[in-house]
Write a protein that binds this ligand. Sequence first.
Ligand code: GUN
Length: 286
Amino acid sequence: MTTIIDGKLCAKKILDKLRNKTAKLEKKPSLAVILANNDESSKLYVASKEKTSNSLGFESCVYRFDKSITQGELIKLIHELNENPNINGILVQLPLYEHLDSQEIIELINPKKDVDGFHPINVGRLNCGLEPYAICCTPKGIIKLLKEYEINLVGKNVVVIGRSNIVGKPTSTLLMNENATVTLAHSKTKNLKEITKTADIIVSATGVAKLIKADMVKKGAVVIDVGINKQSNGKLIGDVDFDKVKNIASFITPVPGGVGPMTIACLMENTYELFLTQNGLQDAKF
Ligand code: GUN
């Protein structure tokens, strides 16, 4: 029997708790989101972040820019948001317009307001096994899903495919911190199938539709699909050939409705936690 992992339900549980806790606060957590690209998917992600934030009773503001925005103007905005005591989390939606330097912008965000956990201080602390101010949302969401379904990670062979700073690398780090044995494969990896066949758990974050075929998966493996690939008919599909792989896996995430909702839920949790830290508050009991 294969279990289809319900990311929507798990995300809803996190959001419901956050909504209850937020209702008891006098001052509300606040999130600033910067959208400086014209990509349709990014626009949808940002709209969804804004909607979810509002639904929790957070304060949110979205700064949308057209292509005339300069690096200098963006730097000025980051400084203003860093200084503004009413802003707890700053998120710069990636990618930025090509003429902008995203790494410079990320490094200017105050690490205490870095709700994405992308600042080198937060990445470095995670890599050292120390607590960062925030942990990258998608990797955090993946670990929460695995824990929610009581999937043991200790000593498990996990193959992560994709080496991005947003998903692949931090997911590998978190899994190592959970005592998994991690292999990080990527676009230049040779004999991918031989490697994935050894995996107790596969995490695919490549953006290549249906890359992971049934013959690449060991019977009973856990399959986590981070890919969101838009087909020409507008339908979203993952990196995994879901209909075939689901007959082999013990647990599998669907696309949509798997990892995606967890990313947003973890973003909201990070916003809430940064709010608490910045205000010297303890987590509310509920
Ligand atoms: N672009 C794709 N995923 C993400 C994310 O998690 N955070 C930001 N800031 N940009 C993204």
